[in-house]
Each structure stands twice: as C-alpha cells, then as structure tokens.
Design a protein around this ligand. Structure first.
Ligand SMILES: Cc1ncc(COP(=O)(O)O)c(C=O)c1O
Length: 452
C-alpha cells in the first residue's frame, strides 16, 4: 500500500457549528485546489474530534498526568479517569467495565481477536484430543479455521490472509450476496467446519454502509456451539463495529457477539480504540499480543494513554446520550442528498450502489455513481471545487481508476463501480451543505462532459 500524504487540516472552532474545515494549504498533495469553502463529507474515513472530547483530553493531559499504576494522588486521579471511561465505553455497547480492553485502534483490536482465536483453537485441541477424529487433528484438518466475509476491512482481511499464508489457519472468505450485498446467514453456517474457531463479520461495511445480519448469524452459530459440546472448539463470534458505533445502536448482548471492535476516530473521538470482550479471560478467551507491565489485566500491557482514554470515554458518552438524535439527523440528510441527486441528474444518470432490496444501510452513507463516460469517481472528486469525499476506503486511495472490489463483490457492474463516490455525512452536515455539494457535482459533471 503506497504511503499517503495527507493534507493538513485545521479545524476552525468558531465555525464548528457548520463543521466547515479550513485546509492549511491551497493546493493539496494530489494537486487538488483546496480552500476554506470545502465541505467535508467523508465521515466514514474519519471524524473530527468533538470539542467536548478535546476539552476532556486537554484537561486530562494537564491534570491526570500521573502514572495510573502509581499509588499516590496523581496516579489515583488517572486511574479514576480510566475506570470512568471504561465504564462509559462499556455502557455504550451494553457491557460491563471489565469487558473493555483499550487498544491503539481498530486494527490492533481486530488483530487481537484473530490471535486469540488461533490460540483458543490450540488450547481447545489440546484439551479435547480424542474428541476430534484423527483426520481433523492431522494435516490441514488440524489448522484452526476462520470465517470472514469478502468485504471486510483490510485489518481483518489481511490478518486472515497472513495467517493463511503462514500456514497458521485456514480461512473461508464468504462472498456477500449479489442480491442483498450482505453476508447471508446460511452461507456462513454452510462454511462451518469441525475446526472452525472464529466467525468475524463486520457490523456495517465502510464503503456501502450495508448492515450485516450479525444477530441472526450469532444465534445460528450458538446453536452449532451447543451441538458441538466438547468435541470441537467453541466458535468465537466477533464483529468489527468500527462503522456502526455512533450511527446505529450496537449492543453486545442483543447481537450475541463475544467481541466488538470499537474505533474512536469514527465517532468523534481520539485515534485509539478498544475491544469489548464478554468476560475476558473467563467467559471469553483473550490471548495477548503484547507482554509487559501488567496493565489492562495483562490482556494489553503498556502504560495507559490516560488522556486519549478519557477522550474515548467522552465520545462514548456523547453517543449513548444522543444516538437517536444523530441517527435521525444522518437519515434526514442522506435522504435529502439522495433526493437532490435524483432531482438534479435524473434517475437514468444516478445509481445508488447501496440500495439492495431487503438490506439496511448506515443512515449516513450514500455510495453513488453518476453514470456516463469520463465520470470516474476519482476524476469527479478531483474536479469538484467544494465536496471532500472519497471513492472508498481511505487506505485504498492509491488504486487509480480501479473500481472498488467491495462494490464488484456486491454485483455492481464494472463501469458503474468505476464511477462510484462515497459520500458520508456527519453530525453537523446541513441541508444547505447538501445543496452546495450537489450543485458542485452538477457543475463538475457538466465540465467533464464538455471535455469528453
Ligand atoms: C470497518 C473498519 N475496521 C477497522 C478500521 C481500522 O481502524 P483503525 O484505523 O483505528 O486501525 C477501519 C478504519 O478505517 C474501518 O473502517
């Protein structure tokens, strides 16, 4: 993956209400003219940090600098803040404080789950030898088997591929249905083998916003677990909820998962993360990736990043308090955006890449193609004067005009997928912003069509 050079962006807090962003340079490193009138609609890539979160972080940096493991006042202050934060984050996903393990971000949380699953398989195999038949315990059959979808984020997909390449696990990449763009429950169940030890399916896709049937998958896998008794490892259930949290309700027990990946920078928090594990070390296994000073009950040692943990807690609190309002706002703005696009371009020129009958979409995500020659998503975005959006995952921004493999996997035709633009709206995106952006898109398309 080529290294990305990011355009420095300065948030103008006076303009926070309208979420206008001021770019520090007039010309970014991709040669795109930027200015103070840019409108950011790429909230699935990342979100700005909420001012209340910034305040909590700043206060913690000033007041809670003590080492949380120290037994004098500055240490105790830090410890208190971390406990409070852990509790708030747990509540956001319907868990208990003890279920939260702080990590550097989503990538680490996902890696921790996969590492744990492989270790869990090894330990269950040792304790259940004799339970599995000899074919399962020898050769390929003795490898842990992991099930993921074919539209997971790279931090899942590449972790799985690495295990596969190193001969440490077998992996089934369950394709999403081309009718619903979701992973279908029956396909997951059909992929289960006696050696399956982990099912990891994202809660919502980062490019399409399609919401996966996690609850149904978990119910069915739990039935399999019950039938398995001691003869095979328990299948652990994980969902990467990076894109779901802060946009839709996420409750571990309602979903029935053992693990949830939590990513702060997707819900106006700092760039750290956490892993929810239902009773880590007791009900649900955790095998650490790191070894050190015993912090996080040895599940993830290293002196705690108190200030960022405090900020993550505040961001979680805001989600718990305001989710209904955020969700309603996102939906209103996205629907308005879709109506405007249809009104301006006409239904024959617009294709919504996330509209699949029977599937739900994240309320803030609009993946749209403006149909026609020379209207590749990347070209459109680099010509737009106001809109800041992306053609897909930020970590794939070096892929030229190649369409997103995720859209192709969902059955979107090649030419349509090439023109895709992902527009993801945020808490402060207004209808006026939408009006401006759609006008910008219309001017851009007219300009590009004249050049054809
Ligand atoms: C679905 C999904 N999972 C995981 C991640 C990775 O999180 P992080 O950037 O904190 O490592 C992202 C971030 O883009 C994501 O969208």
């Amino acid at each position: 993956m080529a290294e990305k050079i990011d355009t420095p962006v300065i948030l103008d807090h006076n303009l926070w209400g309208t979420l206008t962003h001021h770019c520090a340079s007039d010309l970014d490193h991709h040669g795109v003219a930027d200015g103070p009138d840019r409108i950011y609609m790429d909230y699935n890539a990342t979100t700005p940090v909420d001012p209340e979160v910034i305040k909590v972080i700043t206060d913690a940096l000033t007041d809670a600098w003590g080492n949380p493991s120290s037994n004098y006042l500055p240490g105790l202050n830090a410890r208190d803040i971390i406990y409070h934060s852990r509790d708030t984050i747990a509540r956001m996903v319907g868990g208990k404080a003890a279920d939260i393990i702080f990590t550097s971000g989503g990538t680490e949380a996902n890696n921790l789950v996969f590492h744990t699953a492989v270790e869990h398989f090894r330990k269950s195999k040792t304790s259940a030898e004799g339970g599995m038949n000899s074919q399962q315990l020898n050769g390929r059959g003795s490898l842990p088997h992991i099930i993921i979808s074919n539209v997971e984020h790279d931090s899942i997909k590449l972790t799985a591929k690495h295990l596969l390449k190193e001969g440490k696990a077998d992996v089934t990449f369950v394709p999403v249905s081309k009718v619903t763009a979701r992973v279908e429950v029956e396909d997951v169940i059909a992929a289960i083998r006696p050696t399956t030890c982990l099912v990891s399916i994202m809660l919502a896709n980062n490019e399409t916003g399609i919401i996966m049937p996690i609850k149904d998958i978990c119910q069915r896998v739990k039935d399999v677990n019950k039938q398995r008794a001691t003869s095979a490892p328990r299948i652990l259930l994980h969902t990467d909820a990076a894109q779901g949290i802060g946009k839709i309700r996420v409750d571990a027990h309602e979903l029935g998962v053992d693990y949830i990946t939590i990513v702060g920078h997707k819900f106006y928090g700092p760039r750290i993360g956490a892993l929810f594990a239902n009773g880590p070390g007791t009900t649900t296994p955790i095998s650490p990736l790191l070894f050190g000073g015993g912090q996080e009950r040895n599940f993830r040692p290293g002196t705690e990043n108190t200030a960022m943990i405090a900020g993550l807690g505040k961001a979680a609190e805001l989600v718990s308090l305001n989710l209904a309002e955020y969700e309603a706002h996102f939906l209103d703005i996205r629907c308005y955006l879709e109506e405007k696009l249809l009104a301006v371009f006409g239904k024959d020129k617009i294709h919504f890449n996330s509209h699949f009958s029977g599937s739900s979409i994240l309320p803030n995500t609009c993946n749209v193609s403006i149909l026609g020659r020379g209207l590749q998503g990347r070209r459109v975005l680099s010509t737009c004067r106001r809109l800041l959006a992306s053609v897909g995952a930020a970590c794939h921004s070096d892929r030229g005009d190649q369409p997103s493999h995720i859209l192709l996997s969902c059955g979107i035709p090649y030419d349509v997928a090439t023109n895709a633009v992902r527009i993801s709206v945020g808490r402060s995106t207004s209808r006026e912003d939408v009006d401006i952006v759609v006008e910008d898109l219309r001017d851009t398309v007219e300009q590009l069509e004249r050049m054809n």
